[in-house]
Design a protein around this ligand. Structure first.
Ligand SMILES: *[C@@H]1O[C@H](CO)[C@@H](O)[C@H](O)[C@H]1NC(C)=O
Ligand SMILES: *[C@@H]1O[C@H](CO)[C@@H](O)[C@H](O)[C@H]1NC(C)=O
Ligand SMILES: *[C@@H]1O[C@H](CO)[C@@H](O)[C@H](O)[C@H]1NC(C)=O
Length: 278
């Protein structure tokens, strides 16, 4: 075999001893979840029957133990089941084959202990505070490697502390809203993700801000109409919780059917007031 082709063959086949005998380990990805059962099969790819042995990262022959269970399948394959309780328990595991022909072959797999992101703090699904007060939401997550925590509000990421903003995220992942405003109301999302494995978990909280109703006049400040002519007057009220509305004019109080609610956009309630004054 010429050198160039030999190198390519080595790369494609992993640890191959000779072209006549070879082993493979399935699956090829050695990520195992912390504390969860994982299974790897060592299999003869070429060379016939062989005695297969598995060795751990210290090069010690693996026997059945708390961490490992060997599965004797047949003369050409041997499984290794492992449950690793320690993030440091990974390393290079080797399967060695002693063939009847006297040849040997090995295959190796790099085992890495990983853990999906998981929240270790909890959140109430909704929180209600009074305008002007501060509120904080904890959001911490574990995982291997440690996940990145980010908060979003209205599809925008809330920046980490450093810019000293009114709304910010502390180094420990806690979201702080100081001097809360009606515009802070809505769904806030905490996301913990491990990018390299594309694993993400999310937790959401709906923040409600109670505030003093504000009246917005839509048709101008003054309201002049000839006596006896029906007039329409539109206005909006920003309020949470939803307001009850009445209009007083010269000792007469209008409410209910005289004031029609015509629209609502989140906390903005729009009304139309139609009246004929005598
Ligand atoms: C995060 O840090 C803030 C400020 O130091 C603290 O008040 C909060 O309790 C911390 N959160 C957690 C979950 O440790
Ligand atoms: C990551 O996961 C999301 C949701 O499961 C998927 O839509 C996306 O295509 C994935 N991205 C990559 C790079 O695998
Ligand atoms: C008040 O609102 C109603 C309903 O949206 C609309 O039809 C009407 O034209 C408005 N009137 C004025 C004076 O803006």
């Amino acid at each position: 075999m010429e050198p160039g082709r030999f190198l390519i063959f080595m790369f494609a086949a992993g640890a191959v001893h000779s072209a006549k005998t070879s082993l493979e380990i399935i699956p090829g990805n050695g990520d195992v979840q912390l504390g969860e059962k994982a299974y790897f099969l060592c299999k003869v790819r070429a060379g016939g029957e062989a005695t297969l042995t598995w060795t751990d990262p210290e090069d010690t022959d693996i026997e059945d133990s708390e961490l490992y269970t060997l599965r004797h399948i047949d003369e050409q394959s041997k499984g290794l089941e492992m449950t690793l309780p320690d993030p440091q328990a990974g390393g290079i595991f080797t399967c060695k084959g002693d063939f009847e022909s006297g040849d040997t072959a090995t295959a190796q797999i790099k085992i890495r202990v990983v853990q999906r992101p998981k929240f270790v703090t909890t959140m109430e699904p909704t929180k209600e505070v009074v305008e002007g007060t501060s509120v904080a939401f904890d959001c911490q997550a574990t995982g291997i490697p440690p996940p990145t925590v980010r908060w979003t509000f209205g599809n925008q990421e809330i920046s980490k502390i450093g810019d000293g903003g009114r709304v910010s995220v502390l180094a420990n992942g806690t979201l702080v809203v100081k001097d809360s405003q009606p515009s802070d109301a809505g769904v806030h999302t905490c996301e913990a993700s491990i990018k390299e494995r594309n694993e993400t978990v999310v937790m959401v909280v709906s923040l409600n801000i109670k505030f003093t109703p504000r009246i917005e006049l839509l048709t101008g400040d003054s309201f002049a109409t000839p006596i006896g002519t029906p007039a329409q007057y539109n206005f909006s009220i920003l309020a949470y919780p939803p307001p009850s509305v009445s209009i007083a004019w010269k000792g007469k109080v209008f409410k209910g059917d005289d004031i029609k609610k015509v629209a609502q956009d989140q906390d903005r309630h729009t009304y139309s007031f139609e009246v004929r004054l005598f």
